[in-house]
Design a protein. Structure first.
Ligand SMILES: [Mn+2]
Length: 405
């Protein structure tokens, strides 16, 4: 059979409200709130030009179970364009846009196949041969039992593709939905596994490919870098994957090397040089880390409140297009003095903190995380946050307590 070509995308999260980002200036927040739809439209534009044989959307089309009306209409519009171009779409709903939610009805054109809540097989004829696509939609938000057992084994010479929104069993960093193991996927002998749910782009297996394309637009500081989808060329013997970027706004962390800096204007220049290196022509939300801060540079930073440095930098970047918004400024002090003068109290505090497992952190912070009003503005506490909190705490103790001596 000859080669087929399709788009594999997932986790569009259309209509994401970006609740945790309300500290952004109104115009940036507005851009951010339309970024998921913009990224989706980039995908549609790409499809209209490249004309793939079909498009797969593997769950979480919408961010909320109410399927935000505006997002639905934009999605419908996109599907209509693909319909006019004769491009079929196979889609399944995930944990975010599960079938038990309630939403305003919007009819999709006939080129769109929506998978039911049990695993079923859709067929499409290409070059005179059938391509089989297996998948299901989430009946409710929490599907914690494996669904992999319901997928049929491949039989015959057809190209067979599995669509599955879920995660590897035992993965601690995400809520585990429809868990599976890599071996279970391979046992089905499909030619391609189109996964969704994990927002970080990754290949779980090379041949046959088991792929998470990631989401099409970062939604917070833990979803950094360029996002997009894959265009896949697939035959019985070969695969080629091409990543197509879609992000409308970028989340980034950038380091500025500050050793030897003695004057404020010099610092601004360094910051600008570090920011300038990015060549993507889109708005950026940046966490800036100032590294290599020696004693004299630290002295310089101490001459004005930390907040003022941030304000000054924001002002400096005010006119830049597309926008660069510095979300936070973190000064990483070298504090070399501590290591030469051991301090019993500091050491014991740090050792206690080091000994805490993620569960200890969660229980320590539970009052905040379970607070009725605050909790909805917080993202799930993960390893990266804990590392950051530890680093900040260590620095705080070193700078404040040690200095008191
Ligand atoms: Mn998702």
């Amino acid at each position: 059979m000859s080669t087929i070509r399709f788009i594999h995308t997932a986790d569009l999260h259309l209509g994401s409200p970006f609740k945790g980002m309300t500290d952004l200036p109104a115009s940036h927040l507005e851009s951010l709130r339309s970024s998921t739809i913009q990224a989706f439209q980039r995908m549609i534009e790409h499809a209209l030009v490249s004309k793939p044989d079909f498009v797969l959307v593997v769950g979480d089309l919408y961010d909320g179970e109410d399927r935000n009306l505006r997002a639905q209409l934009k999605f419908q519009e996109g599907m209509e364009k693909l319909h006019e171009a004769g491009i079929p779409v196979f889609l399944s709903h995930g944990n975010h846009d599960h079938l038990s939610g309630s939403w305003t009805r919007v009819a999709l054109p006939p080129n769109v196949h929506v998978f039911d809540d049990t695993v079923e097989t859709a067929r499409i004829q290409l070059n005179g041969q059938d391509v089989l696509i297996h998948g299901f939609s989430y009946k409710e938000r929490h599907i914690r039992t494996p669904m992999i057992h319901h997928y049929p084994k491949a039989a015959g010479d057809n190209i067979e593709i599995g669509m599955l929104h879920g995660s590897v069993a035992g993965n601690e960093t995400h809520a585990v939905y429809a868990p599976f193991t890599k071996e279970q996927l391979l046992e089905k002998r499909y030619d391609y596994w189109a996964l969704g749910h994990i927002h970080l782009r990754q290949k779980l297996h090379q041949d046959p490919p088991i792929i998470y394309p990631g989401n099409i637009q970062g939604r917070h500081r833990n979803e950094k870098g360029m996002k997009g989808f894959y265009e896949v060329e697939l035959s019985k013997t070969e695969t080629a994957l091409r990543f197509i970027p879609t992000s409308a706004i970028l989340f980034e962390q950038i380091e500025v090397e500050c050793s030897g800096i003695r004057h404020a204007n010099e610092w601004l220049k360094h910051c600008w040089e570090a920011l300038e290196t990015n060549e993507t022509n889109i708005g950026r939300i940046v966490e800036l880390r100032l590294t290599g801060v020696d004693t004299e540079t630290e002295e310089l930073f101490r001459q004005a409140p930390e907040n003022e440095w941030l304000e000054v930098l924001r002002e400096h970047l005010d006119e830049v297009e597309p926008f660069i918004w510095i979300r936070s400024l973190e000064i990483e002090r070298r504090s070399a003095s501590l290591h030469t003068t051991p301090n019993g109290m500091v050491d014991s505090i740090l050792a206690t903190m080091e000994g805490w497992a993620i569960e200890d952190w969660q229980s320590t912070l539970q009052e905040v995380y379970q607070h009725v009003r605050i909790s909805k503005y917080l993202e799930v506490l993960d390893e990266k946050d804990v590392t950051r909190i530890k680093r900040d705490a260590k620095q705080f103790i070193e700078n404040e307590l040690v200095r008191m001596e």
